[in-house]
Design a protein around this ligand. Sequence first.
Ligand code: AMP
Length: 304
Amino acid sequence: MSLVVVGSVAYDGVETPHGKVDRMLGGAATYIALAAAYFTPVKLVAVVGDDFAPEDGALLASRDIDLAGLERVAGGKTFFWAGVYSADMNDRTTLRTDLNVFADFDPKLPESYRGEPYLLLGNIQPALQRGVLSQMNQLKLAGGDTMNYWIQDFRQELLATIAQWDFLLINDSEAQMLSGWRNLRRAAAAIQAMGPRTLVIKRGEYGAVLFHGDDHFIAPGYLLEEVFDPTGAGDSFAGGFIGYLAGQGVAAKDADVATLRRAVIYGSVMGSFCCEKFGVDRFRSLTREEIDARFREFQSCTQF
Ligand code: AMP
């Protein structure tokens, strides 16, 4: 039973106080898939150009990631994004977004994907997210991510989309923008009323808050000694969260709070590992044993 992941596969240019890389593998779906594949088989849906390097495809293929849904456009160029971080790395300025083949992305799921039970919709246009969900016929748990651009300029489309989701992952400023409430508790209640029963509000280095029905759970961020590059941390969080739930066989109708809490901690664990090296580099060597060791560290450092 696999997790279907939809979103961008990209090349990124990133500058942080620790260095600069002009072009490296990135994209929301890349981070989600790499993180989730530690917990469950993944089926990727994305588009790249013919500049997509064989070694980048090989990294994905070396994990439990099915690439049948990775469309390659002959003569096209892969989505390119560049950004620079502030000195404290809490702010990021986008320098360049070249949509390239991503501009015409209209995800068509291979037949072999449609009966899978788990779906994570990465940050793409809400109407496309809805189109993907409608192609699946045996979903047990579905949800995704969005961003300020869609909240501001595609609000009605976004509302129609998330109304069908079991869970939404969003950062705190976006939750405030979507709900109109500054207060996170009120913001969460307003967003849950829009559809998703489970809501995870990500707070960057400060962790995340899970809201599920009437319950909530506050997860701290892992205290890293050094953050090299936060790019993809939110997506890796999403991958850890849904990957764990899929690996456990959880269905929306019987998701219990204890399991969801563990999923949030696995999300925090994967987000923290992502920051330890540039781009996806930490995932090249990361092992499941290291993930579980950090999970246990989370348990011991939050027990009282
Ligand atoms: P995160 O740091 O978790 O927000 O994820 C950053 C990743 O999202 C980068 O690897 C980018 O390639 C990708 N990305 C940036 N802008 C967009 C966009 N407009 N649509 C889809 N993916 C994007």
